[in-house]
Design a protein around this ligand. Structure first.
Ligand code: ATP
Ligand code: MG
Length: 155
């Protein structure tokens, strides 16, 4: 199997950085290119945060929400940039690109793999989530479930 393009999904967590490093090692070995991929997941406000009688849809978005969202977006850009620098530092000649999209992480990873004609998806087993006893997080689980592309889950 030729592995020309590798999709390395990163959320900035320790495990995802290990996954990115594995992707880079495989890419070096196989002469593949790597795309670092980060997804900004939607933030939803708890129901109680809207004025009484007003649905979430009808509520005017307060500025602190938009400010927060800008910050949130910036954090994701930083995460991606950090992964990029780390991989480029260790693997200078590697062909690496980066992409940031908005949506549900697993859905976007699966779509990107298909649309971008990737040969391999690399994800960490776990990410930034809190439930430490789990072996797989919901993103890695869904990616394994839904992807039509081979998936490497780094444990
Ligand atoms: N927003 C994201 N963008 C890109 N890749 C992601 C994103 N979230 C998770 N991943 C990828 O999926 C891997 C597993 O993360 P996952 O979200 O499944 O675990 P978790 O955060 O521990 O659990 P959960 O999100 O279910 O609480 C990460 O190591 C990373 O490779
Ligand atoms: Mg997660």
């Amino acid at each position: 199997m030729a592995i020309k393009r590798i999709l390395a999904a990163t959320d900035g967590s320790k495990k995802s950085m290990e996954a990115v490093e594995k992707a880079a090692m495989i890419a070096e070995e196989m002469g593949s290119e790597v795309e670092l991929f980060n997804v900004i997941e939607p933030v939803t406000l708890p129901a109680g945060m809207y004025p009484v009688g007003m649905s979430a849809r009808a509520a005017i978005t307060p500025t602190w929400v938009t400010d927060y969202y800008d910050e949130y977006k910036k954090e994701h850009q930083n995460t991606l940039e950090k992964s990029y620098k780390e991989i480029k530092n260790k693997h200078k000649d590697l062909q690496v690109s980066k992409k940031l999209v908005e949506g549900l992480a697993a859905t976007k990873i699966v779509e990107e793999a298909k649309e971008g004609d990737f040969d391999l998806i690399v994800v960490g087993a776990r990410g930034l989530g809190f439930f430490e006893e789990l072996v797989l997080g919901s993103t890695s689980k869904l990616v394994v479930d839904k992807a039509e592309t081979p998936v490497l889950v780094v444990k």
